[in-house]
Design a protein around this ligand. Sequence first.
Ligand code: CUA
Length: 363
Amino acid sequence: MRRGSIAALLGLALIAGGVATAVALVPTWLPEDASQQAGRIAFTFWFVIAICIFIFAIVAAVLVYAVMKFRVQEDDFEDGPPIHGHTGLEITWTVIPFLMVTAIAIVSAIVLSRNDAQAKDTLRVDVVAQQFAFTFSYPDARNVTSPVLMLPKGRSVELYMRSYDVIHSVFVPEFSVKEDVVPGLVTQLHVTPTRLGSFPLECTELCGLGHSLMRSQAVVVEPSAFDAWLKKQEKAAGASAGGTSTTSTTSTSTTSSTTPISPAQAGLTVFNSNGCSACHTLSAANATGKVGPDLDNLVSYAKTAKQPLESFVHQSIVDPNAYIQPGYQKNIMPATFGQSLTKEQLDHLVTFLVQSAQKSGNK
Ligand code: CUA
């Protein structure tokens, strides 16, 4: 091989590599890291990208060089000379990719095992996915529930995820972690948030009509703010249960000193913490969902269904398919939804819906 050819190939490789590097580096491909896991995933990503750029540069250089240098003459219809193997070349193109793939496998294995490794004081959060909302609850704090995933910064967190209906998937791009939520299984997802802020948490498995609305937030706060939030939620939960639920608690009860709140107010809490607003419109709860019936119209729906308002609302929650308002579909509202509520929560929710429906009905 002549020195000129090597120089030409090298030049082409540098150009191709430069262009590919610019494409990799100039646009922002990954969101800014917000977890330990994201940093490791980003490392793996760039490690693989660097190898790809290296291979691309070689292939592009040889391709362009061959096209320019070995172009056939216009009247040349002959085949090129036959080649029968080249041991050196074959060893080269086997050994180099083998080393690269092995390196990627080793890096990935280390990253995966580190990303899944829980710390000693891991915080447990239970996640329930259903069409079309996520609910997060905190077993260490009397199972208080929240429609957003509140997390303390810097602490190892393990999500235990369950689905009431179909397959969903939890994904927070800034955390670089994702896991399916499968009916009949409890899947786990580990994350250690490192940056304060509010990040989109979305369902990434096409799960039905309201899939695109199945979004929530992962909110990372300072550990002290997280503890304060958890205490406040516990207090509110205690109050909405009428100050009676003092069972199975790992922290001291704070229910006795709170002012009692009305059943309708408690019902609003149930409405908000169970993701109802993802699908329903209800002005009393500032909800604007469009998947299911507009709950401001419950009075007229009950009339159409020829039922008294209260029993209509009750039935629609525990047995959503019993009556389907024209214009909406069967089996969209989870049939198991009612089972996820205690009797008290259900009563509060019904009271709240009936009262707010009567108010909007009188407007
Ligand atoms: Cu749940 Cu898509």
